[in-house]
Write a protein that binds this ligand. Structure first.
Ligand code: XBP
Length: 269
């Protein structure tokens, strides 16, 4: 009996890379310790609270995604004596609104630049015809201002989807925000690649079936990145190559569209 030959349309076609989905905080910009944490502390000060999140406490609090959820986590798990107001939800909401105002002011001051290679890769990907999306636990307002401040107002339209914050019920490490981004993109996970900086972000993306490139930062470099396509210390620039911490970059020294296509093909194999 001769070998069965399947007609072209029955053979499994390798998925083509069509979109890049970026996490925001810690991935596009190294802004948790130097940005969000500072904004939280300013909001606590404005509210007359004697709370102060130093780096050590904040890195423990980063276990919980979402600023409002993080404040609640602090109240419930870190404070021993806190006379919670009757309307705790309202109290947290007001505190978070104040924090967001301080964070936006920090962004406007230019204090939170993009990480190395981010602007370069976004421009290259767009020129190569790849679609771009954001999938972040932070607010849309925060994500939009970061892009306006760092890439320019006109670049907001480069992103077909900006999936942010409370648009989904369950935040990372739940897959909800990535599933929502895929639905809005109208693409299968197999045609996309994700950029993240945390183990929980990786869990979220993997649960949505997405291949993930990790660029660590000081707060996340020791986290578990099992299953990531590759783990780097940054995306790299011509003058400053990346360090490969897990996986194989095949001799590349920076993340460009060619390397991403190789990573994507390997993950689809
Ligand atoms: C990181 C988060 C966010 C920020 C704080 O989001 O967990 O909650 O820490 O921002 P991601 P908000 O890594 O998904 O970008 O206070 O606006 O939530």
């Amino acid at each position: 009996m001769g070998k069965k030959v399947f007609p072209e349309n029955n053979r499994m076609k390798k998925a083509e890379l069509k979109a890049l989905i970026f996490d925001v905080d810690g991935t596009l910009t190294d802004n948790e310790v130097h940005g969000h944490r500072v904004a939280f502390n300013l909001a606590f000060q404005d509210a007359g609270l004697d709370w102060f999140w130093d780096v050590e406490i904040y890195e423990r609090l980063l276990e919980v995604f979402g600023g409002k959820e993080r404040i609640r986590y602090y109240i419930e798990d870190f404070l021993t004596h806190f006379n919670a107001p009757k309307d705790l939800d309202g109290f947290i909401l007001d505190l978070h609104k104040s924090k967001t105002a301080h964070y936006l002011a920090l962004l406007k001051s230019g204090a939170l630049p993009l990480r190395p290679g981010v602007a370069r890769l976004i421009r290259e990907a767009r020129a190569a015809g790849l679609r771009l999306a954001i999938a972040s636990t932070t607010t849309l307002e925060n994500a939009e201002l970061l892009i306006k401040m760092s890439l320019g107002e006109e670049c907001l339209e480069w992103f077909d989807v900006m999936a942010c914050g409370d648009v989904v019920a369950n935040k990372k490490p739940a897959p909800d925000i990535y599933l929502y981004a895929l639905e809005q993109l109208g693409l299968p996970a197999a045609e996309c690649l994700v950029f993240e900086d945390t183990g929980a972000g990786l869990v979220s993306a993997q649960a949505a079936g997405l291949t993930t490139v990790i660029t660590v930062n000081d707060s996340t470099r020791d986290e578990d990145f099992s299953g990531a396509a590759i783990v780097l210390d940054q995306l790299g620039e011509p003058e400053q190559g990346f360090e490969v911490m897990q996986g194989d970059a095949g001799g590349a020294t920076l993340v460009d569209v060619e390397l991403l296509r190789r990573i994507h093909r390997k993950s689809a194999a």
